[in-house]
Ligand binder design. Sequence first.
Ligand SMILES: [Zn+2]
Ligand SMILES: [Zn+2]
Length: 165
Amino acid sequence: MTTETLFHEGGCTCRQLRYRMTSKPLFVHCCHCRWCQRETGASFALNAMIEADRVQLLQGEVEVVDTPSNSGKGQRIARCPRCRIAVWSNYGGAGDALRFVRVGTLDEPDRLPPDIHIFTASKQPWVVLQPDTPAVAEYYKSGELWPRESLERRAVLLAAKPRPK
Ligand SMILES: [Zn+2]
Ligand SMILES: [Zn+2]
């Protein structure tokens, strides 16, 4: 018998960098914006949003690369210093407390299918979405779509965030 673990482990291609998500994510975005298409070299990005303190580095260090983002606020992409694979990002708007883990770097990426498709206005036409997963042309309000447990976790994050004066 195997017990299903809530942990999700992953890493880069050269295996110098290994990490573990210590719980399930808050929400999983499949983003079809042109920026994500360019950054992945493919058709969309699959990002699991999770509190930064629920991502443990098991091995290696990340190198953080400041990268422009669609919002203009920038994103900080954490990469393996050797093979340069991107494992997660922080976005300027959400701050350092929230990480967007790249689902494709997990050992078992199949366990985290998207909770929502965003920016489908620029979805590549051959990508066919499942009708039972929410999809929006641009963005959405988390208060309307996140499960209650994730909203509670988000409230904890926001309460801990220093307020701008
Ligand atoms: Zn590597
Ligand atoms: Zn995107």
